[in-house]
Design a protein around this ligand. Structure first.
Ligand SMILES: C[S@@+](CC[C@H](N)C(=O)[O-])C[C@H]1O[C@@H](n2cnc3c(N)ncnc32)[C@H](O)[C@@H]1O
Length: 224
């Protein structure tokens, strides 16, 4: 019998169990959802009670990457019920402890009910380990990210496609040489993210890019 794949996430059992549970709920919802073919104006309504969390293997990769790079200041473009946010908070927390520094995960969510539920899950994980690491900005991120963003180590983009490029451009002045930008679904949604991918891949904009072969693709770009 083969052993389960390794999980890089260092956290107490109740947090790992919570993450497993939330990923299972998210996957079940997505399986039931299929592909949305309705009108754009119905999309937010449909998604209001959906996780659409970043896949668990991708979350573990982002966690491992954040640990490897010692990331302390992170923006998550799209928080929903806060699943990937927890991985980022755990990684930043460990990085801070290792270097006795400061750091924050800035989350972004425009739906008040989703933000409220994210906060509940973070409390379930724990104030010490998760909640206190997160600065959740409620409202349209194109407004909430205009100010008070520190120099960024990592940006996770997991958001409706039309917001992706404006969000990146808003954050670019806060990037340093070596800031990592992760974009979900860069293969399956390449046409929807065409403007963002074109920006990232245009040499004039100073990124190096790699498409990681996770399901539906995961773009890893570094700003230089
Ligand atoms: C794919 S989900 C994020 C999933 C999350 N990263 C996770 O792994 O659990 C994208 C979220 O972005 C939110 N969103 C969409 N447009 C937004 C905007 N302009 N400002 C803030 N949040 C937005 C949606 O309400 C949705 O909950």
């Amino acid at each position: 019998m083969s052993s389960p794949p390794p999980n890089p996430v260092v956290a107490p059992p109740h947090v790992l169990t919570l993450l497993d549970r939330l990923h299972a709920e998210s996957s079940a919802q997505e399986a039931a959802l299929g592909t949305y073919l309705g009108a754009p104006e119905g999309f937010d309504e449909l998604m209001r009670d959906k996780f659409i969390a970043l896949d668990q293997d991708k979350c573990q990769f982002v966690y491992q990457l954040a640990r490897a790079t010692g990331a302390r200041n992170v923006v998550e473009v799209g928080t929903s019920f806060g699943v990937s946010t927890m991985y980022l908070a755990l990684a930043v927390g460990s990085n801070i402890e290792a270097s006795a520094g400061q750091g924050v995960v800035i989350g972004t969510e425009k739906e008040a009910t989703k933000a409220e539920r994210a906060r509940r899950y973070w409390e379930e994980a724990g104030e010490e380990l998760v909640t206190r690491r997160i600065d959740l900005r409620e409202g349209d991120l194109l407004e909430t990210l205009k100010e008070d963003v520190p120099t960024l180590d990592l940006v996770l983009i997991d958001i409706w496609a039309p917001v992706a490029l404006p969000a990146l451009k808003l954050l670019e002045p806060r990037m340093r040489p070596g800031t990592v930008v992760i974009l979900d679904n860069s293969i399956s949604s390449a046409s929807r993210y065409a403007a963002l991918l074109s920006h990232l891949r245009s040499p004039a904009n100073g990124y190096t890019n790699l498409t990681l072969p996770y399901s539906k693709g995961l773009e890893m770009s570094i700003k230089f």
